[in-house]
Design a protein around this ligand. Structure first.
Ligand code: DAH
Length: 332
């Protein structure tokens, strides 16, 4: 093929190119073709004028191929050139990418389990009204339960929520009935910190309200949760038990414990308070307790993450110490 034929062939093939890959292949094939065309010429047989004519024609065609390919590459958005000193074989920047914090990965896992049971995830605020945090969950101003939750008060009269139960009233009002929702999030109490107490911790609250909900539904949902969070790790059925517990916003109220076996020794761990939603709490949420019943629970996410990862000191979660955080990269 002479140079004019090569140019014609290149132009027509270029029209048919559909993506950056095809374009790169076309360009390299034609650059090889014209290099071959040059090798095929016996320059010793050409006069000086012919040599010059071939040389400038060849250079012009090479430039034509490169220019047209560049133009087309811009169309495909793939024209970014790689700097000369860029080593494509080096490991990617992903090496230094962050990791998902163990509390958040626990939260995401629990969210998934609840979604599979038809619960929606409903997020709330960290600064809430005194009403939402206390009164709406049956803790009036003089109730001793307020003393158990040493509260950070803001200057505008709001509080940093001491528990995710502060979302119950809003959820009932905004989502209505029937209701299946969980509210994960950060809570705050003016606590002296030690290995098991922090002023900032995570809870995951849940509510299910429908016609004829009973303790049996509560047990079934809690069982499903525990089986999913722990069975795969422990490799056996999880045993749980309900003990009576008191919280002003549930009646009856329970403590859900989980049995763990450590070095052959069985131990019950207090995992989750829960109960049947108090009729007064339903009323304040605009739900008629004659028609609807429901259960609520308050899972300690921080505590669950400690159990799940075998972390002894919960202060590590909030410290921001990279030596701790980086250990969880595998959970990405
Ligand atoms: N809000 C309670 C706390 O932080 C936990 C709790 C107990 C939540 C019982 C509930 C429940 O929904 O039913 O101590």
């Amino acid at each position: 093929m002479n140079l004019a034929d090569l140019e014609y062939a290149f132009n027509s093939e270029l029209q048919a190119v559909k993506n950056a890959d095809e374009l790169a292949r076309l360009k390299s094939r034609y650059l090889t073709n014209i290099a071959d065309a040059r090798k095929a010429i016996d320059f010793s047989k050409l006069g000086a004028d012919d040599k010059r004519a071939f040389g400038s024609g060849w250079n012009a065609l090479k430039k034509h191929i490169e220019d047209k390919a560049k133009e087309a590459a811009e169309r495909f958005g793939g024209a970014r050139s790689v700097p000369q000193d860029f080593d494509l074989t080096l490991p990617g920047l992903g090496r230094n990418a962050g990791a998902i914090h163990p509390i958040i990965s626990t939260q995401l896992e629990v969210e998934d389990i609840f979604r599979s049971m038809g619960f929606q995830v409903y997020l709330g605020d960290e600064a809430v009204s005194e009403f939402d945090n206390f009164d709406a969950v049956n803790i009036p101003p003089d109730h001793p339960a307020r003393d158990m939750q040493d509260t950070f008060w803001l200057e505008n009269g709001m509080v940093l929520r001491t528990h995710t139960s502060s979302m119950q009233n809003r959820a009932m009002r905004e989502l209505g009935t029937p209701l299946r929702a969980i509210f994960p999030g950060r809570c705050f109490r003016n606590e002296a910190t030690d290995m098991t107490h922090e002023n900032t911790f995570y809870q995951l609250e849940g509510m299910m309200i429908d016609r004829g909900i009973t303790v049996a539904n509560l047990i079934a949902v809690m069982k499903e949760l525990l089986q999913n969070v722990f069975r795969r790790r422990i490799g056996e059925e999880i045993e749980g038990r309900l003990r009576p517990g008191f919280f002003p916003f549930v009646e009856p109220g329970f403590e859900l414990d989980m049995k763990t076996v450590l070095k052959g020794q069985a131990r019950w761990i207090e995992l989750m308070p829960c109960g049947m939603i108090h009729p007064q709490v339903l009323k304040l949420g605009g739900v008629d307790p004659e028609k609807w019943t429901g259960f609520a629970f308050g899972l300690g996410l921080t505590r669950l993450a400690m159990l799940k990862y075998g972390i002894q000191d919960l202060r590590l979660f909030n410290k921001g110490d990279l030596r701790f955080n980086e250990q969880f990269k595998a959970t990405l």
